[in-house]
Design a protein around this ligand. Structure first.
Ligand SMILES: [Zn+2]
Length: 359
């Protein structure tokens, strides 16, 4: 009985516009973690917005500094109902990517929610202010109905996710005992398709690295030196092509998953339809690991991407052999891959192929 009433409370919360109000207040805070000047907004989100809301639900809250220099603050919340009860750990991030105010369509703004058709526009509505607002409101509805949850809750709200979560790992390590919990339930990331609510039981790891090649100081005129000076842009391109094929298949053993996919994993993901909805890009079926389904490729396989590549000055090329080339790359990986082995494997591969000068 109280279950239905809690659900109906949650529906009323949405239908009466109270969810909109809570979310709009949060979206209005300019928590752009990639902009150092917005650091006060990160604090404001945690202290002025989230702390009172959480304290009202019976959480004790503390804002703690990031163990890493220049990292944003953390809010740790605890709501302990009783010793011996299971403890649910939940997570959210209060920061958003840059607003890019001038790039929004007429009538839209990153800092104000605007309803247009079935959609709500505003920075953070779908990542991650919307999600943690929903999860906390769900708990609030249960509390309003039952007066208790039946479990303890520990919460981390971080403010640097959109910068790669600097200090999150170190923070969790330092506060390991305090954060100890039985189960993590959190919402961030996409659905399989917009129409299909999705529960992920895990996600691929991510390992970022860059490759750089500097051969000399400064660029040199190609009329005088072309044919004599090695070109770092060309060499780095060849190095990349030895690591990943022209159809996206990872070619270096130490970067691939060391084990074939288990039958249970295969059975769970083989038939998953990956569909990002109307705005999604068209999938390239020939791309990636040969012989795998789309679900297997994106959920059960190691993949390597070049995220950015630069040599010379692409926005203003000159007739010269550049001195330097660099590529920002990353690997998404599945268990039992050990990411600590990536750099040694990559180093050995580059050395074996004659690319020792690449760092
Ligand atoms: Zn997110």
């Amino acid at each position: 009985m109280s279950r239905e009433q809690a659900i109906s409370r949650a529906e009323t919360y949405f239908d009466d516009g109270l969810f909109f109000d809570d979310l709009a207040r949060r979206v209005a805070i300019h928590t752009e973690s990639q902009e150092p000047s917005q650091t006060p907004e990160l604090y404001r989100y945690l202290t002025d917005e989230m702390t009172p809301y959480l304290e009202d639900m019976g959480f004790s809250c503390e804002i703690l500094p990031n163990p890493v220099a220049n990292g944003g603050p953390f809010l740790v919340g605890e709501r302990i109902e009783g010793e011996g009860l299971p403890t649910v750990f939940t997570y959210g991030h209060g920061d958003v990517v840059r607003g890019y105010d001038e790039q929004w369509d007429e009538g839209l703004s990153p800092w104000e929610i605007v309803k247009k058709g079935d959609r709500w526009y505003g920075r953070g509505t779908a990542d991650n202010k919307g999600q943690h607002t929903i999860n906390l409101a769900a708990m609030k509805a249960v509390l309003a109905e039952r007066g208790h949850l039946g479990f303890n809750v520990k919460l981390i709200l971080e403010t640097g996710e959109e910068r790669g979560s600097p200090g999150l790992r170190e923070f969790c390590d330092v506060h390991k005992d305090r954060l100890k919990s039985d189960l993590l339930i959190a919402s961030d990331g996409p659905r399989l398709s917009p129409e299909r609510p999705t529960i992920f039981m895990g996600s691929r790891g991510v390992f970022n690295f860059s490759m750089t090649l500097t051969l000399r100081d400064g660029a040199h005129h190609s009329g005088n030196w072309g044919g004599l000076l090695a070109n770092p842009g060309i060499i780095l391109a060849h190095a990349i092509s030895s690591i990943v094929s022209s159809s996206g298949e990872v070619l270096v053993n130490g970067l691939r998953s060391p084990e074939a996919m288990s039958n249970s994993v295969r059975a769970a993901i083989t038939d998953l339809v990956v569909d990002g909805g109307n705005d999604a890009p068209e999938i390239n079926p020939e791309w990636g690991e040969p012989g795998m389904t789309a679900g297997e490729k994106v959920f059960g396989c190691n993949t390597l991407e070049v995220l950015a590549y630069k040599t010379g000055n692409p926005s203003a090329p000159v007739n010269a052999i550049p001195a330097h080339a660099e590529a920002a790359c990353h690997i998404r990986y599945v268990p039992p891959t050990d990411s600590k082995l990536f750099i040694p494997a990559l180093r050995k591969h580059l050395d074996d192929k004659g690319f020792s000068a690449i760092k």
